[in-house]
Design a protein around this ligand. Structure first.
Ligand code: HEC
Ligand code: HEC
Length: 258
């Protein structure tokens, strides 16, 4: 009983603290510049050089799933997000405030509006059979990445490029490898894992295969996407609609304001 009470008090006080208005004390141009420098060195590998997203979500929309207040950003950047690859950091609180100041500028700088109509875009998505390879909320195929949250993970430019020029940035886990075993067996599939000794492939219809590299006669990894380019196959306005539809695919709390 006493532990229950203690827990309640703890939860209650942390909540009260996080909702209290805290303002970033470090927002001068010099702070932003210092934050930018840290961002490039420690955050860009996952969030992209201009915060456009990559292994981590897009930070340019101004809406943050884990909280958008200054205090939320301070906490999420300091402690990381448990259970995900978002790490905690060892910077001083002043430095984290500088990072927060820089992260704020990412959404100011970018004009994240689209002239497209998401409802029309949803129809185009269906007509072009994008769902043959992509999942949206559990529906569709698994030949490409799940697009359920793509709107909060990627910038508009990235989405446009993904449709027109899929080979430009093939996501790591969608690279295709072709390997020939000593016994002449051929393997072709998505590269799930690779180190000095092993190559692990996800082969269509066969599942996961782990191949010791010393047994391979030949091994090539293609940086080409299996996604076809839609350049020239989709007219200007339709592309805007399709991008608007993809941008609308977000976690429900983020979509609430729309
Ligand atoms: C190893 C990859 C990685 C690095 C490095 C990284 N992040 Fe993240 N970050 C993530 C991932 C993944 C998430 C999303 C976690 C989730 O919600 O599933 C995330 C989430 C966030 C969020 C919350 C986004 C939201 O919508 O609430 C912020 C803010 C953030 N990161 C900022 C930073 C900053 C600033 C740095 C550098 C100090 C950084 N990250 C470094 C991977 C990374
Ligand atoms: C033949 C299967 C296939 C079809 C059809 C297909 N895609 Fe893809 N798509 C993929 C694969 C595989 C990737 C991951 C490799 C890459 O990044 O190019 C991908 C990547 C993407 C990405 C980038 C995801 C990210 O995380 O950056 C977007 C956006 C996308 N597809 C949208 C679409 C849309 C919209 C359509 C329909 C017009 C479509 N795809 C049709 C297979 C497909």
């Amino acid at each position: 009983m006493r532990t229950c009470l203690l827990l309640f008090v703890l939860v209650f006080t942390t909540r009260a603290q996080s909702t209290r208005e805290v303002r970033n004390p470090h927002t001068s141009p010099a702070d932003v510049a210092a934050g930018a420098k840290i961002f490039r060195g420690h955050c860009a590998e996952c969030h992209g050089l201009t915060g456009e997203g990559g292994r981590g979500p897009n930070l340019t929309t101004g809406v943050f799933y884990h909280g958008s207040s200054d205090a939320d950003l301070l906490r999420n950047i300091t402690d990381g997000i448990p259970g995900t690859t978002m790490p905690s950091v060892f910077f001083s609180e002043d430095q984290v405030w500088q990072i927060v100041a820089y992260v704020r500028t990412l959404s100011e700088r970018r004009n994240q509006t689209t002239t497209g109509d998401a409802t029309k875009g949803a129809r185009i998505y269906a007509n072009l059979r994008c769902g043959g390879c992509h999942l949206v909320r559990g529906e569709g195929g698994t030949g490409g990445p799940d697009l359920t949250l793509i709107g909060s993970q990627r910038s508009l430019e990235h989405l446009r490029e993904a449709i027109l020029d899929p080979n430009a940035k093939v996501a790591r886990e969608f690279r295709i490898a072709h390997a020939v075993h000593e016994n002449n067996a051929e393997h072709r599939g998505f590269v799930m894992n690779e180190d000095t000794h092993y190559l692990q492939l996800l082969e269509a219809g066969k599942g996961l295969t782990t191949l010791p590299k010393r047994d391979l006669r030949k091994q090539t990894i293609e940086y080409k996407s299996v996604m076809p380019s839609y350049r020239g196959k989709i007219a200007g306005d339709d592309l805007n609609h399709l991008v608007a539809y993809l941008a609308s695919l977000r976690r429900s709390t983020e979509g609430a304001s729309k």
